[in-house]
Design a protein around this ligand. Sequence first.
Ligand code: TRP
Length: 361
Amino acid sequence: MSKIILTGDRPTGKLHIGHYVGSLRRRVELQNSGLYDKTYIMIADAQALTDNADNPEKIRQNIIEVALDYLSCGLDPTKSTLFIQSQIPELCELSFYYMNLVTVSRLQRNPTVKAEIQMRNFETSIPVGFFTYPISQAADITAFKATTVPVGEDQLPMIEQTREIVRKFNDVYGEVLAQPDPLLPTEAAARRLPGTDGSAKMSKSLGNCIYISEDPAELKTKVMSMFTDPDHIKITDPGKIEGNTVFTYLDAFAKNEHFEEFLPDYANLDELKAHYQRGGLGDVKVKKFLLAVLESTLEPIRARRAEYQKDIAGVYEILKKGSEVARETAAKTLDEVKAAMKINYFDDEALIASQAEKYKM
Ligand code: TRP
């Protein structure tokens, strides 16, 4: 069986470094690994509209931002198909048929949907499109017969729901769809990068994000004012690592080579942590190191972004081409689905012949 990757993001803003360590970095490795027959990366604009129906301009503006973030991080349009969800109408058709295979109570039990309804204060006014987006996400995944879906932990309920739909479909109509497996980030530190203020998540509304495309001056301001250990007041004080955002970021980004290059007094992060915990190591020194690590990570990305920014029309062209390719694949799956569901009347000669037979005098 071929191995196929599909994943994507809602275009509601520029992507931040939490996206980078949590998924983008890995996607690029997967794309380049040679282990997969196909890689599809989708900008999920239709899904973004399920809770932004009144703000289409925001979604429209952020398509190019997400595309630039993808390309600058190393997603390569000659290796991966980059496309826009709304340009694949076949996904709507698939969703429509999958809706018959899912109950309202099952959707109500989906933990991600539950949490998001609370977060958005939807409670009594949940848009139907939002409520059913797990079904549309199942269409995204199955249309490409994806076997592997690299996502964060928060998306596991979506994959589980997709697997249920696949099993149900194949049970009722015959083996057509592939059951996908999620692929989680391997390092714990990469699973959820906190905001620069130490709060659990980076979010634009909290103003605690570092963007992948952050410019050097902004990056410096953000790193130097990051949350650390509030009880670590004097340099000589012993410091805490747990809940110390600077060290959480170092866990996610620092490699031994970075020590060699920027902080050769320490061989690795363990030694730096031990010194901090003993006391005698100031926050400023650790932050300067983190800044050097982030800058060396983001600088080549920024440079590649600058190149693509010179040809924005070319980037749209990449998305257009990708959407055409994606559409062909989705259409093939939809044909198989419709045949399995017995709604392929006009290309079923046997059906027409047998009906004719029935009415022959
Ligand atoms: N729900 C995902 C998110 O919020 C985006 C997404 C849409 C997606 N369709 C997908 C992810 C299919 C993986 C597979 O980030």
